[in-house]
Design a protein around this ligand. Structure first.
Ligand code: HEC
Ligand code: HEC
Length: 220
């Protein structure tokens, strides 16, 4: 995606406004110690904190909606859905953008401008939203992709593609994002290198990849 410098500046200003309000209205008090993921687990066990953080995340999400869509259902095929994603996976990605281990310049700047509570808030909020399934364009291709998925991918991402703390939800994900991400893993392109994903995509032909993307994006 190309983002012009002026859009950058404008989005930065919006973020400052949105996040400023979020902090002022929903301060959850003194945070417990521990890693971000540990703090998330504490929040997820307490329904009241879940509500507080989800409200904060919702406010921040008004800004993210420019790209990730309302409630995290992206309307751009090359931008991932965040809706229904596992909260720990989301938080881990956010942490990786912040510490530079996952590179995407715009996301890095954005996340660095967010407070720790806002990072927790977006993870809690998006995980609670439901994913709108993508329409099926080619049923035969989807069926072929299902065969491949059921052989290889389900072991980590789950039979239904819903993921877990360590493995992303893939069900209903955007097609161009899936294609690009899988190609990057397969060719070890870019900095998002993951030995598990490289090992499990290395054998994929372009035809396999197209079929798997068709299936995964149609999963509910
Ligand atoms: C200008 C567009 C844009 C905006 C605004 C934006 N994002 Fe993103 N985001 C992206 C793109 C593009 C990617 C995919 C980057 C890649 O390919 O690695 C991404 C990736 C992510 C991911 C990783 C998802 C995954 O499936 O691994 C998370 C989490 C995320 N964004 C959170 C946010 C949050 C939270 C906000 C608001 C504070 C936000 N984004 C605002 C464009 C944007
Ligand atoms: C042995 C476990 C394992 C298997 C098998 C596996 N994956 Fe993954 N997958 C992972 C891990 C771990 C990540 C997160 C890596 C990271 O953070 O970059 C991931 C990430 C992904 C992502 C990126 C998600 C996002 O939102 O950015 C996609 C898409 C994906 N896998 C699809 C697949 C497909 C399709 C297959 C089958 C061809 C597959 N995976 C097989 C472990 C696995």
């Amino acid at each position: 995606m190309n983002i012009t410098p002026s859009l950058h500046a404008a989005l930065g200003m919006v973020l400052a406004l949105v996040c400023g309000t979020a902090v002022a209205q929903a301060s959850p008090g003194t945070p417990p110690a521990g890693t971000l993921e540990e703090r998330l687990n504490v929040i997820l066990q307490d329904p009241q904190q879940v509500e507080t953080y989800a409200r904060m995340g919702q406010k921040v999400s008004l800004f993210c909606a420019n790209c990730h869509g309302d409630g995290g259902n992206s309307v751009k095929s090359d931008v991932p859905n965040l809706a229904g994603q596992n909260p720990t996976y989301l938080l881990t990605q956010v942490r990786q953008f912040a510490d530079g281990s996952r590179r995407y310049e715009f996301m890095e700047r954005l996340i660095k401008a967010m407070s720790v509570d806002e990072r927790l808030g977006v993870a809690v909020y998006y995980a609670r939203q439901s994913v709108k399934p993508q329409p099926v364009h080619d049923a035969a291709l989807v069926a072929e992709g299902k065969k491949y998925y059921d052989k290889v991918c389900w072991r980590c991402h789950g039979e239904q593609g819903r993921g877990s703390e360590s493995f992303a939800r893939v069900a209903g994900q955007q097609t161009d994002y899936l294609t690009q991400t899988l190609k990057n893993y397969r060719g070890s392109v870019g900095t998002r290198v993951n030995p598990l994903m490289t090992a499990n995509t290395r054998q994929m032909t372009d035809a396999d990849l197209r079929a798997v993307v068709a299936y995964v994006s149609s999963m509910r």
